[in-house]
Unconditional design. Structure first.
Length: 425
């Protein structure tokens, strides 16, 4: 070989050794994370390669996941994990890396996870399992994806379902409580039906006998009884009659609770006329005036709406000013659901507001809700007779129609009842 050729080869070897040394240093620098970019010259062109900067953004993203991120070997060895996962299993990073993922799988989930892991090696898999860490069970959702051929590993994303499971448990608890309440309600309805039967027959029969025998004694022994005894028997008769009215009112109230709701398109003008005819004697006796503007046709339970109008009109006439004829006005207008006095979600978009106003003695507005409660009265029996159930029945009827009833009043300035009934399409 010529000396020149030998010299060229030696120079070439020296150059390659120098490049190899530089490459080894570069590799070590890359491993240590000391290099952001480097240049390679190919075909007389320089190409810039960035390693750390590209990987850095990816690692920052993964490290700040709101989920666990792991890389697993074919054997399930954890070769990478972000902060979220090792904090989830309550183990230091150094002890998590190099561990096998199977040691974090709850025994009840072992079989399912093995199947998911096998599917993940071949492609993708997803499912719910339980992890276990220091005797704490952690419900999670895992998603496994094969990273072959780019990387000889399997990627696994772990989503903590602890809060989700807690919410599900709360919902299940509510459902169980609701079922128990429904059972109690069914039992209460059965008891209410029994009470209705007793009130209809067993309670009214003794009252009828008390009334009958009291009247017989007063009629047949009238001349032989002292005046005090006659007064006692009159009080007995009057008290038994009041008791009978109370039983009938309670029966009506209970029927409103258990009655089937069969809705029928009903002309409220016709219903109002029927009620006015039924109350004709009371209207004529008190010289009451009932004026009304056109009312709508609504899908309602006809008999219940009849009783609703009847109870309110009786209330308006009963609580009239002394020596003054009652004046009652009735009107209606259509409103949107968001105009209801009680805000909240509604099944209906439109409601008819039926307004019944009177010129009676009125009431203090602070009692506006109390007057609709069972047995609640603002006046004694000596002032106005009644059972304290009439307006409670009205409230129950309106509730049966998915509506609302309110009252407005001022002492000595009359009262206004607002009935909101949905427009059913």
């Amino acid at each position: 070989m010529e000396p020149a050729s030998t010299q060229n080869l030696l120079s070439r070897i020296e150059e390659l050794e120098s490049r190899l040394e530089e490459s080894e240093q570069l590799i070590e620098a890359i491993k240590a994370g000391e290099v952001d970019a480097f240049a390679l010259r190919r075909n007389n062109k320089s190409e810039i390669y960035t390693l750390q900067t590209g990987d850095y953004a990816y690692r920052i993203l993964v490290e700040n996941f709101g989920e666990g991120a792991l890389n697993l070997t074919e054997d399930g060895l954890i070769v990478y994990t972000n902060t979220y996962f090792h904090e989830l299993v309550n183990l230091a990073y150094e002890k998590t890396i190099g561990s096998y993922v199977f040691q974090f799988i709850h025994p009840d989930s072992t079989e399912k996870f093995n199947m998911l892991f096998k599917q993940g090696l071949a492609g993708q898999s997803k499912g719910e399992i339980n992890l276990i860490a220091k005797d704490e069970v952690i419900p999670v959702y895992v998603s496994l994806t094969s990273l072959y051929p780019t990387l000889p590993t399997v990627g696994m994303i772990v989503t903590d379902f602890t809060e989700k499971k807690k919410r599900e448990e709360v919902i299940l608890q509510y459902q169980r409580e609701l079922e128990a309440k429904n059972l109690e309600l069914a039992q209460s309805n059965t008891e209410l039906e029994s009470f209705t039967y007793i009130a209809s027959h067993d309670l009214q029969e003794p009252l009828r006998k008390i009334q009958t025998f009291s009247k017989l004694i007063l009629e047949r022994e009238h001349d032989h009884l002292p005046d005090t005894a006659k007064e006692y028997f009159r009080r007995i008769t009057k008290a038994s009659e009041r008791m009978q009215k109370l039983i009938i009112a309670l029966l009506n109230y209970s029927r409103m609770s258990t009655a089937e709701r069969v809705f029928v398109p009903t002309d409220l003008n016709r219903t109002l006329n029927e009620v006015k005819n039924n109350l004709r004697e009371m209207v004529e006796e008190t010289h009451a005036t009932i004026e009304s503007s056109p009312l709508p046709t609504l899908s309602v339970v006809p008999l219940q709406i009849n009783q609703l109008f009847s109870n309110i009109l009786i209330n308006c006439i009963k609580y009239r000013k002394p020596g003054a004829a009652p004046m009652i006005s009735i009107s209606a207008n259509l409103i949107n659901a968001d105009e209801l006095p009680l805000k909240g979600s509604s099944l209906y978009e439109k409601f008819w507001r039926v307004i019944i106003s009177d010129s009676g003695i009125g009431f203090d507005q602070k009692y506006a809700e109390l007057i609709f409660e069972l047995f609640q009265r603002l006046h004694g029996n000596k002032e106005f007779e009644g059972t304290g159930i009439g307006l409670a029945i009205c409230k129950r009827i309106v509730q049966n129609h998915d509506g609302i009833i309110t009252a407005e009043g001022r002492p000595g300035d009359g009262a206004t009842f607002n009935i909101y009934l949905p427009e059913r399409k």
